[in-house]
Write a protein that binds this ligand. Structure first.
Ligand code: CAA
Length: 260
């Protein structure tokens, strides 16, 4: 009956913004391998869609995601985990080259927190909570949490979260630099769309290359990041939008960007 089952990820397009929503609310959007595969497929399709400039990733109004699916992992061997190849699915999500905004309501725990950490910006509702509770299950973060959290909020705060497994509130996450916008719970999606809209108005190639430089610098050292920055900076002088943006400034008018 697989063909008749509900889609695990819902996609709604309102060009130039697309919203992808995890759709396993009964299991608090636990990220089963099937859910991750479906997410990777949908996100790649949106990334390849020329009309889409910014992607919002939501878990719906109650929960972002409560982590990897514990029921699918409880009796797994290391070889089972290896053969599931979820590493590859995560890598596909991290390889997208358009901005992704996480719209977080409720819990973003374990793989759910890691999913948000893999995004470029985070909008959170006031009841949202972020946590890496894996330690309480006898494991540890396995999809970037131990690395990205430390880079995002600093090694000491990340260490406490990873070693105690205790979550932080949305307000604490914002104070720590993890959350870009903290809004009322029912304003998460509108606020994420608004932020997406502001970015979508900017010259599209510059957005992608600037985003790539920031991410590259976080993932590599300063020297490599500076090289990437310089290369992308130079490349932008070959775009119509650079000519238009600078001409509009000099002529004191609003720029009309074409995304090339
Ligand atoms: N995996 C599988 N099922 C999950 C789940 C998960 N991560 N989280 C919740 N569920 C299921 C529950 O089993 C329950 O299903 P049933 O109704 O069939 O029993 C349903 O979702 C509702 O959950 P709760 O009854 O527990 O809801 P709650 O509101 O009482 O508690 C919660 C919410 C605090 C988030 C709690 O569900 C919880 O602690 N979940 C687990 C969080 C966790 O440990 N995440 C890390 C997973 S490991 C990981 O992510 C590894 C990695 O780095 C990749």
């Amino acid at each position: 009956m697989r063909a008749m089952s509900k889609p695990l990820v819902l996609v709604e397009k309102d060009d130039p913004i697309a919203v992808a929503t995890l759709n396993r609310p009964d299991a608090l959007n636990a990220l089963s391998p099937e859910m991750l595969a479906s997410l990777a497929e949908e996100m790649e399709a949106l990334n390849a869609d020329e009309a889409v400039r910014v992607i919002v990733l939501s878990g719906g109004p109650k929960v972002f995601a409560a982590g990897a699916d514990i029921k699918a992992m409880a009796t797994a061997s290391p070889v089972d985990i290896y053969l599931r190849n979820t590493r590859q699915l995560w890598a596909r999500l991290w390889a997208l080259d358009k901005p992704v905004i996480a719209a977080v309501n409720g819990v973003a725990f374990g793989g759910g927190c890691e999913l948000a950490l893999g995004c470029d910006l985070i909008v959170a509702g006031e009841s949202a909570r972020f946590g890496q509770p894996e330690i309480k299950l006898g494991i540890m973060p396995g999809a970037g949490g131990s690395q990205r959290l430390a880079k995002a909020i600093g090694p000491y705060r990340a260490m406490e979260m990873v070693l105690t497994g205790d979550p932080i509130s949305a307000a604490e996450a914002q104070a720590a630099g993890l959350v870009n916008r903290l809004v009322a719970d029912d304003q998460v999606l509108p606020a994420a769309r608004e932020l997406a809209g502001r970015i979508a108005e900017r010259p599209a190639v510059a957005v992608r290359l600037a985003r790539a430089a920031v991410r590259y610098g976080v993932e590599h050292g300063l020297r490599e990041g500076l090289e990437m920055e310089r290369r992308n900076y130079r490349l932008l002088y070959d775009t119509q939008d650079q000519k238009e943006g600078m001409a509009a400034f000099i002529e004191k008018r609003k720029a009309k960007f074409v995304g090339k």
